[in-house]
Design a binder for this molecule. Structure first.
Ligand code: SF4
Length: 251
């Protein structure tokens, strides 16, 4: 299998990098202040989320770290749970799908249901991601995501601060970061990252739904590659309200 250090391939600070780091730190600190014990980083364990975990750890912010353990993740992804514990002493909460619901879904539709139709793929994401996310966020008033505007056309308008459909504050402190900024941060701060990134997987989800990309392919070309671009979201990030309605984080 071809490998190349992702840090060597991508890491470059673009103009304004230091200001973007400070802005992300400020947003995280404000969220922690405004939502004591009620804010969680919903981490995919991808490159962006490791930046956020490092920032949270660096400033010792009271923000919980949690991930969706869909039952279909690569071993390389799950290994980061231990890497985070070793590096930062932080426990990563793992939210799994309801076992009986998964057994029933697979029994009805087969192991490869997600490739039979967009509807079945979304049903699998609803079962393995959206429902467990609801449990992760229950009782919490704010969450942190690693969304960036550059990731796809659908994410071009991602706000730093918004409100989700349950009136929770939703923050994306890296909204204006570039892919090369993310990798520059990981490099200079020696942050652990998913070994799959060194095998040309820029965007990593569940194993059956993620592949390596080829030179020149789009960033998210390796996710649900058998579907049209417009369908490529899993339902975790539905449209949010404008930041102006984010009363909890208003200065
Ligand atoms: S990414 Fe694939 S395996 Fe994972 S929940 Fe969605 S459809 Fe299922």
């Amino acid at each position: 299998m071809d490998t190349a250090k992702a840090t060597a391939l991508y890491a470059r600070a673009s103009a304004g990098f230091d200001a973007r780091v400070e802005n992300a730190r400020r947003l995280l600190a404000r969220a922690a202040d405004a939502h004591p014990n009620g804010v969680v980083q919903a981490s995919s364990l991808g490159a962006e989320d490791l930046v956020l975990t490092d920032l949270i750890a660096r400033d010792r912010l009271p923000i919980a770290i949690a991930t969706l353990d869909t039952g279909m993740l690569h071993g390389e992804t799950l290994a980061l749970v231990e890497s985070i514990r070793e590096r930062y002493g932080l426990f990563v909460e793992r939210y799994r799908p309801v076992h009986e619901a998964v057994v029933a879904f697979v029994g009805r539709n087969g192991d490869a249901a997600m490739k039979k139709s967009v509807e079945l793929r979304r049903a699998c994401c609803a079962l393995r991601k959206v429902e467990p996310l609801g449990r992760m966020l229950a009782g919490r008033s704010a969450w942190i995501t690693g969304l960036r505007r550059e990731q796809s056309n659908d994410r071009a308008d991602v706000a730093f601060e918004s409100v989700d459909e349950h009136a929770r504050a939703k923050l994306s402190p890296l909204a204006d970061w570039s892919w090369s900024d993310v990798w520059y941060y990981l490099l200079v701060n020696d942050v652990p990252y998913n070994a799959l990134h060194d095998r040309f997987y820029p965007s990593i989800g569940c194993a059956p739904c993620t592949r390596a990309i080829a030179l020149g392919e789009d960033f998210r070309a390796g996710r649900w590659w058998w579907e049209q671009d417009g369908a490529k979201e899993c339902g975790l990030h539905v449209a949010a309200a404008p930041a102006s309605s984010l009363r909890a984080l208003a200065p």
